[in-house]
Design a protein around this ligand. Structure first.
Ligand code: NAD
Length: 359
């Protein structure tokens, strides 16, 4: 066994169907009495339902969360927090809403309950990305880790098929990079492989029947595991590319992850053989990169950056940004290789690892 360091994260996760009914109990357990419920405008109705369940512990709703946590939205939320005299937040939604809860926690220290309704995984991480004047910065601090996470499978039954597939593959990306992370360790690797397997078997079933409760349950379980991987170890080339494409070219988050992942994995294939074997095994495929591409196709996800708004003329600048200040990566970051990777992802070509080509 190679030496390793494992840091456990202090968070409580409650998993099941109908678990939202525990919300008042969980807020009370935190010693709180005035919870403000956070949501996006699209999920304002769900936020009001949570407020009703909180009864006398509910102080109000702020339903203006937006993608990439703009600081002006956090400023507006802070005015509500003060007005309501809130002593905790309850975020119901995807990574955008949970990001707002984290930004408030960073400024105030207020405890957070997160109720995820996508598979993005932010609820399990001490990571906050914020946008100021169009520039996104990311920080890692335990101050933003939600104290309690309530996973309720019922809340994911209505997640549209398209978003279920891309959000699920966004989760898989965390586990994939955890398997070849510089600071990987046996516990996180176990969670990563199990998380990929749970999502790989459930996402195609959800695409066929979005109300398949067993598949929804498996997918949310996988998302929890993958989120925990993102929270525990460092990410590499794939996440750097997605931050570049999302931040500088305004491409949609989950779709970008879905399209880039097979290509980032193909780039790293030879440098991380053990991780690739585990990814392929979890996917039930002979090839990690090809298996991820096939999964995206099976769930009906977009396969080409050209189809989600990227311009071919952006590839050169994207290469430049992605290769400056790169994250640690198992294979050295070479501009030519990254340019080729982006050309393949732009066109939506199926990547194949060298080993498979040689066979
Ligand atoms: P999102 O939170 O932006 O949600 C997208 C849209 O889907 C919103 O309108 C939302 O209200 C709606 N939605 C959410 N759940 C729904 C459901 N069950 N049914 C119907 N509609 C629903 O999407 P996301 O992919 O979850 O999050 C993306 C954001 O999260 C990005 O800004 C990303 O950077 C961030 N993120 C952060 C971390 C972290 O660790 N800090 C991890 C993952 C993602």
């Amino acid at each position: 066994m190679k030496p390793f360091i494992y840091n456990g994260l202090p968070s409580r996760a409650i998993f099941g169907q109908g678990t939202l009914s525990r919300i008042a109990e969980e807020v009370r357990e935190l010693g709180c009495h005035r919870a403000v419920v956070l949501a996006t405008p699209e999920q304002a109705g769900q936020a009001r339902e949570v407020l009703a369940k909180l009864g006398e512990l509910g102080a109000g709703v702020f339903a203006e969360a937006r993608m990439h946590t703009p600081v002006e939205v956090t400023d507006a939320a802070m005015r509500h927090i003060e007005e309501f005299d809130a002593d905790c937040t309850v975020a119901i939604g995807g990574g955008s809403t949970i990001g707002l809860g984290k930004a408030i926690a960073l400024r105030t220290g207020l405890p957070q309950v997160a109720i995820p309704t996508t598979y993005a995984g932010s609820e399990m991480t001490p990571i906050l990305g914020e946008t100021r004047d169009g520039l996104k910065t990311t920080q890692r601090t335990l101050k933003v880790l939600p104290e309690v996470v309530i996973y309720d499978v019922d809340l994911t039954l209505g997640l549209p098929v398209g978003m279920s597939g891309t959000s699920g593959i966004n989760a898989i990306a965390h586990a994939v990079e955890a398997l070849y992370a510089k600071d990987r360790n046996p516990v996180v690797s176990l969670m990563a492989e199990e998380g990929i397997a749970a999502l790989a078997r459930s996402l195609p079933a959800i695409a066929k029947n979005p109300s398949d409760q067993d598949a929804r349950s498996d997918a949310l379980y996988g998302a929890w595991l993958c989120g925990a991987c993102l929270g525990s170890v460092g990410m590499s080339l794939h996440h750097k590319l997605c931050h570049t494409l999302g931040g500088s070219f305004d491409l949609p988050h989950a779709e970008t992850h879905t399209i880039v992942l097979p290509h980032a994995v193909a780039y790293n294939t030879e440098a991380a053989p053990e991780a690739m074997a585990r990814i392929a095994r979890a996917l039930g495929s002979s090839d990690a990169a090809g298996g991820l591409y096939d999964l995206a196709r099976a769930v009906g996800a977009p396969l080409a950056l050209a189809d989600i708004g990227m311009q071919e003329s952006d590839i050169d600048r994207a290469t430049e940004i992605a290769t400056s200040n790169p994250y640690w990566n198992p294979r050295e970051i070479e501009a030519d290789g990254i340019h080729r990777l982006l050309c393949d992802a732009f066109a939506g070509r199926r990547p194949t690892s060298r080993e498979v080509l040689d066979a």
